[in-house]
Ligand binder design. Structure first.
Ligand code: ADP
Ligand code: MG
Length: 352
């Protein structure tokens, strides 16, 4: 009986991940994968910002519908977007994986997952500094378990300067980066294609390898807005900020509740993603207002602050205004011409 409780397959996998991860250089990582802990040296005068995100098969993705590169990319993008929302600079990430035995033994799927994960990590100088690897429990003779990927993202920001969601003030203007609804539009097209009998298997057909291939895929390859968040912090432009993971209505409600303010959105100013043009009018406005996972930034700024039309190549649109909250009155309003409606935060459900 081998004395090492870890099976050799797992050790080989970790060694493989370590080799692949070693290609991302970092000034702040003193010791990466291989010891009991990683060692980080954050920049002097900075605070640490930490966030974790689960990516669970059949909740956040489907192996039958999502290319493995997109699953890896999206797993990391969620954490990067949280760092972006607070204006942080990425320091290092960690990846805890539970893999079905079939994947652990023939790591083609894992390699493609890592292609997506590490390409996004490299783009943001975000070294993979550690994690954990385990085999998923078998569920039945035919099903050897699910893929679970939990990431931890560490970033840093100058002390006391990180952007928060709780600091918006009445009178501030409300801004959003990029365009909205693209992720919801792409997801609905993707699920339609995946459910068509005899349709080519998208997950295996798509092998994005260059940045251009990941270009206009707001669902499969969202681009977290790190440079925008860092600029907002550095130039003291924003009073508050949150990233759009659950959808505009839900995340705006989070920001307003945390800041104890109300907000009024101008529906005619909302920047629609080009992919939403394929939807019916009702589905388009739903995608823009409630579609999740666009990973854009929603921020507020004092009315006296000049906000550039674009930051780091990303367009910025003014979409509304922050108001004083009156108890028992609606927190979110939407105006269209002369008409005002209450906007309800419409919960975003993860993929079932
Ligand atoms: P320990 O048993 O001491 O926790 P492990 O054998 O689990 O260590 O891991 C060995 C090294 O490999 C550690 O540095 C750990 O952070 C790293 N590691 C394990 N799994 C992963 C993974 N999925 N991604 C990145 N690094 C990993
Ligand atoms: Mg140990």
């Amino acid at each position: 009986v081998p004395r090492n409780p870890k099976n050799s397959g797992e050790l080989a996998l970790i060694d493989h991940i370590r080799t692949r991860a070693s290609t991302i250089p970092s000034r702040h990582l003193r010791l990466g994968i291989g010891d009991d802990c990683a060692i980080l040296a954050p920049p002097t005068g900075h605070e640490l910002l930490v966030t974790t995100d689960f990516s669970l098969e059949n909740r956040h993705f489907r192996r039958s519908a999502h290319p493995p590169e997109a699953i890896g990319h999206r797993a990391l993008a969620r954490g990067l977007s949280d760092l972006a929302a607070m204006g942080a600079t990425p320091l290092a990430c960690f990846l805890s994986l539970a893999l079905p035995g079939s994947i652990a033994r023939h790591p083609t799927w894992l390699n493609r997952f890592l292609d997506g994960f590490l390409a996004l990590a490299a783009q943001h100088h975000f070294p993979l500094a550690g994690g954990d690897t385990s085999e998923s429990p078998r569920i039945s003779p035919k099903n050897d378990g699910f893929v679970l990927a939990d990431i931890t993202a560490l970033g840093s920001a100058p002390a006391h300067r990180a952007l928060r969601r709780s600091t918006a003030r009445p009178g501030d203007f409300l801004y959003v980066t990029g365009a909205l609804g693209g992720a919801a539009a792409e997801l609905s097209a993707l699920l339609k294609r995946a459910s068509k009998p005899g349709a080519p298997h998208l997950a295996s057909e798509m092998r994005p390898s260059t940045e251009s291939a990941t270009g206009n895929h707001p669902h499969l390859f969202p681009q977290p807005r790190l440079a925008v968040g860092q600029t907002l912090l550095r130039r003291r432009l924003a009073t508050a900020c949150i990233d759009l993971s659950d959808g505009l209505s839900t995340d705006l409600n989070h920001l307003c509740t945390a800041s104890n303010v109300s907000a009024e959105l101008d529906v005619d100013r909302l920047p629609a993603h080009s992919l939403t043009a394929a939807l019916t009018n009702a589905a388009q406005i739903a995608a823009i207002l409630h579609g999740g996972e666009d990973y854009e930034l929603l921020f507020t700024a004092a009315p006296t602050t000049t906000i550039p039309r674009s930051i780091a190549g990303v367009p910025i649109t003014r979409i509304g205004v922050i108001l004083k909250h009156v108890p028992r009155r609606p927190r979110l309003l939407i105006v269209s011409g002369d008409t005002r409606f209450e906007l309800l935060p419409q919960g975003w459900e993860h993929l079932k």
